[in-house]
Design a protein around this ligand. Sequence first.
Ligand SMILES: Nc1nc2c(ncn2[C@@H]2O[C@H](COP(=O)(O)OP(=O)(O)O)[C@@H](O)[C@H]2O)c(=O)[nH]1
Ligand SMILES: Nc1ncnc2c1ncn2[C@@H]1O[C@H](COP(=O)(O)OP(=O)(O)O)[C@@H](O)[C@H]1O
Length: 300
Amino acid sequence: MSPRPTPPEVDRVAASRAAIAARRARAAVKNAVATRTRTATDVAETAWTEPESPEATLRVRELLTSVPTLGPTRAARVMAQLGIAESKRVGGLGVRQRGKLRSYLMRREGGVEPRRLVVLAGPTAVGKGTVSAYIRENYPDILLSVSATTRAPRPGEVEGVHYYFVSDAEFDRMIAEQELLEWATVHNSYRYGTPRPPIDSALAEGKRVLLEIDLQGARLVREAMPEAVLVFLLPPTWDELVRRLIGRGTESGPEQTRRLETAKVELAAQDEFDYKVVNREVAQAAQEVVDLTLVPAASR
Ligand SMILES: Nc1nc2c(ncn2[C@@H]2O[C@H](COP(=O)(O)OP(=O)(O)O)[C@@H](O)[C@H]2O)c(=O)[nH]1
Ligand SMILES: Nc1ncnc2c1ncn2[C@@H]1O[C@H](COP(=O)(O)OP(=O)(O)O)[C@@H](O)[C@H]1O
């Protein structure tokens, strides 16, 4: 009989058993991709939602070379194109690299293709701002465009996060220099516009972009970029819309009445949109909007 192992040896034995188990688990993941039991997209998503999983410790190179028909030379070229270093593990990728890898894998595996540009519009107080804020916080790989506006910041609003607050002269300059994808005077008062350069670069990187703008803006984007997908956010009922507008308490009584008149006209335009999402519960509505940024290949 061999002598009982001393404590440091026990540690070493346990560590090497754990290492073997981890290697086996990674090999099983690679095998599942190679035999088409799982898609590489699914493996990557697991890695990003479960940081302790074997998927997360798999190297990107290993994941790519497990994809049937993707050899090591091609995998290396893809990694260089995506700007991912040779030794990176799937779980160790930053937000940008995740977005790029996800788009690449989705295109390659023909599962889903990102819809690049999604426009969210809807009547006043339906919850566009609330749903967009939820998406900004919970889906960091979707770029939420930050508009320029001539209105003053409200308490709590941060320059460059909620809006770029600009003077009338600066807004005129942005229009003259064609820096805006679209712009409109909203609620008969201030001007709002979508700065074009951040959108162009995000789209060039293969990122999904969400614009939260008013109805006039949505129509202008459709003209400028017919490939954009237009989503209309609806209240569960008219009474609930009125409750939300009054409950928010940011407008005077006459302004509320005026906005509700506009809301009626805007609701009548809902059929111009590609999709409608009812904002009953914020997280659910946000998920539905995010789902609309991906389209199954079969329906393209
Ligand atoms: N056309 C257009 N509308 C925008 C833009 N940014 C915001 N809006 C719209 O402007 C409206 C006013 O927004 P805001 O001042 O935040 O006040 P709210 O009405 O209380 O949400 C909302 O309907 C937004 O959808 C933009 O860049 N372009
Ligand atoms: N799903 C929801 N359920 C209940 N209240 C909501 C919901 N979504 C938004 N709200 C509330 O409705 C009001 C208007 O929302 P807001 O995001 O400001 O609308 P919009 O940007 O469309 O004008 C806010 O007080 C917000 O907290």
